[in-house]
Design a protein around this ligand. Sequence first.
Ligand code: UN1
Length: 508
Amino acid sequence: MANTKQETTKKTVKKYYNYIGGEWVKSSSGEWFDNVNPADTSDIVGRFPASNEDDVNAAVAAAKSAATRWRRTPAPKRAEILFTLGEILRKNKDAFTQQMTREMGKVLKEAGGDVQEAIDCTYYTAGEGRRLHGFTTPAEMPNKFAMCVRQPVGLCGLITPFNFPMAIPSWKLIPALVCGNTVVIKSGEDVPLSTINLVKSCEEAGIPKGVVNVVNGFGEAGAALVDHKDVRLISFTGSTSTGRRIAEACARDNKIVSLEMGGKNAIIVMDDADIDNAVEGSLWGAFGTSGQRCTASSRLVVHKKIYKKFCEKLVERVKKLRVGNGLDPRTEVGPVINERAMEKIHGYIEIGKIHDNATLACGGNRLTKGDYKKGYFIEPTVFTDVKPGMRIGQEEIFGPVTSVIPFSTLDEAIEIVNGVAYGLSSAIYTQDVNQAFYAMQELYTGICYVNSATIGAEVHLPFGGTKGTGNGHREAGTQVLDIFTEWKALYVDYSGKLQKAQIDEVEI
Ligand code: UN1
């Protein structure tokens, strides 16, 4: 009986495919993997091809053969298709949101925000189709013209993470396309459906065959993409360890590589701050997306004068957070993505308690009773009396865990915030404009907020971080164009004779 039931379940699970050269195809490996709902592991969202090197080779070949036509399509025309894509995403927002929550776990409101971010990114970046500004500049010889234009880099490999299943792929895909590149996406293995939804929408919008390709699967597919000689650029968001390996591999072939990796972001709460507002911001920054954001507020650096009061208010609020299935509109904190993540996060809680000897103010447990046992749930956890050098104060946890660190002076707080290997996002709560500006100047992060949490970046501003967070690139904004284009300097001599720059005297 049990077997028959399993068989039936297997048969009813929907299969999804790779998208290569405009065709939906299975992997040549013949293997499949399940996309599992992290809030209820008996719920299989879909079955996806486990792709290998042959699939990547086919996808790269398709992207290569589409490259010339797409590059020569005028950028305003490319953008027109992308505006249509924006419309399609907007029409499907509710369905894509539901499916994202089911495959990834984040609560419906946040999944809606994720889809909205992809829509915003699409409309905003498509606008570049009528800009993609270059510049002119005087030439040093008479009757000579000098200018600079952006040219597409070529074939781009995009490797995307689980935590923003549609927003982050869109940050990479849309600028790559408007700039005239063709792409192969290796979707995040925990959230392949949201990438498929994005790419199906590209197909519906009329993006020509071969311009966008998707291979689903794991590290084997990612590595084949990184190592492929015809790939000119890799754009990666994910863990620091994988990012470093990718950078090393790309260096061997002189590939352009843009990396967006870890964070250990902090909120400073000054003694003059509106404490209730700072507590709300900290809750949102630390426990939104169950703390699985590179921008999560995983440290709260709080002035000693208000430390006790702040901790009391924070812990009282954290204890009341409703943990559950993100599909239930009452849920405030969803599950974490998978068993490995749950074990890693729980491991950090143990490190905080035993190795670091910090005070566990609330949470700290896996939730295993009732419906919780179906998924990967961890209690929202707060450590207090954390010292800046402790492991939980230094290492990225990527889960619903935050550490409160006391300080006495603003300079000391800034030193604490800057004293980690990463530099993505920071924040300060204060009513004092001088303190706010001084912090904005001294905090060495790619993003800095005043009177809000470390999360909530908007698509028209650059996104990225200093130090171990990245390798100097910025996604979003117009700055992303510097990733997906290379400059071409153009000189036009209309003097009708040989003129030697740097050598010939110019007569005046
Ligand atoms: C991430 O933290 O992994 O800034 C991406 C935010 C979102 C994007 C976050 N717009 O919170």
